[in-house]
Design a protein. Structure first.
Length: 257
């Protein structure tokens, strides 16, 4: 623990170390400067109570049963992810987090090292860019908006529930639902009033968070098969078989479509 504490103290990023139950054991000076909490106010508390992380849509990311904690407890790595938290002053802060399992002397037991840095300015710039894009028509004139894509009612109503989905932001979930409806990158961009590049960035971030390499894999993970329920009106159900029909060609071009 001494070597870990010395390393954490020298890290330029904010750093928090929690034990295998999620209780905070270390909190460095950079974390104090970033969020305003002194080490004495944080140590001994559950990590999810300290960060209270949420997605851009307000969905809870930090909890006693979060997917990240489960993966770290198993010694598995986790891709970088973004979330919003609050400083001691109440100010909303967007942070990018790298979470790493650290082996202990006890076999199969791991500490949870979370390194985080402030990305509030980048997130604000991204939002301003998307707002500007939404004001522009495809011909570049201000004042008109592209007609939104209208996916099928069944696909629009579907909510991703698979493993790792809790790591996605609200916008990434929107992209995922439009992907399930068979929308192309351009159609997703028009529907959400964002650029094609931003859509591809969202898709790539989803791939990293879900640990997949194609759109079809992402949909298979986010929408696991469920036992079909009888329909009172005899309406057909929408499942992965229909999604595969729309996305069968994504295996060779998983992001760029």
């Amino acid at each position: 623990m001494g070597q870990i504490a010395e390393m954490v103290a020298r890290i330029a990023d904010g750093a928090m170390v929690a034990d295998d139950t999620g209780i905070v054991r270390m909190w460095n000076r950079a974390a104090e400067r970033l969020l305003g909490f002194r080490a004495g106010e944080v140590l001994g508390r559950p990590c999810w109570e300290v960060l209270c992380g949420r997605s851009s849509g307000g969905s809870e990311l930090c909890s006693p049963a979060c997917d990240i904690g489960k993966r770290l407890a198993e010694g598995a790595g986790v891709r970088n992810y973004d979330m919003q938290t609050r400083a001691k002053s109440g100010r909303v802060v967007w942070i990018n987090i790298s979470s790493i399992p650290v082996p202990t002397r006890k076999a199969g037991r791991f500490l949870r090292l979370h390194l985080f840095r402030d990305i509030s300015r980048q997130m604000k710039a991204l939002q301003l860019t998307e707002d500007l894009h939404c004001m522009l028509s495809p011909t570049g004139h201000v004042g008109s908006m592209p007609a939104p894509v209208r996916p099928t009612p069944q696909a629009s109503a579907m909510l991703p529930v698979g493993r790792g989905v809790s790591l996605l932001t609200k916008r990434e979930e929107d992209v995922l639902r439009l992907m399930a409806a068979g929308s192309t990158t351009k159609e997703i961009a028009d529907a959400l009033c964002i650029s094609n590049v931003t859509v591809r960035n969202h898709i790539q971030h989803m791939f990293e968070k879900l640990g997949v390499h194609s759109r079809l894999q992402a949909l298979a993970l986010a929408f696991p098969p469920v036992r079909p329920k009888p329909s009172e009106k005899g309406e057909p159900t929408v499942g992965l078989r229909e999604m595969r029909g729309c996305l069968s060609h994504d295996a060779t071009h998983p992001v760029s479509k």
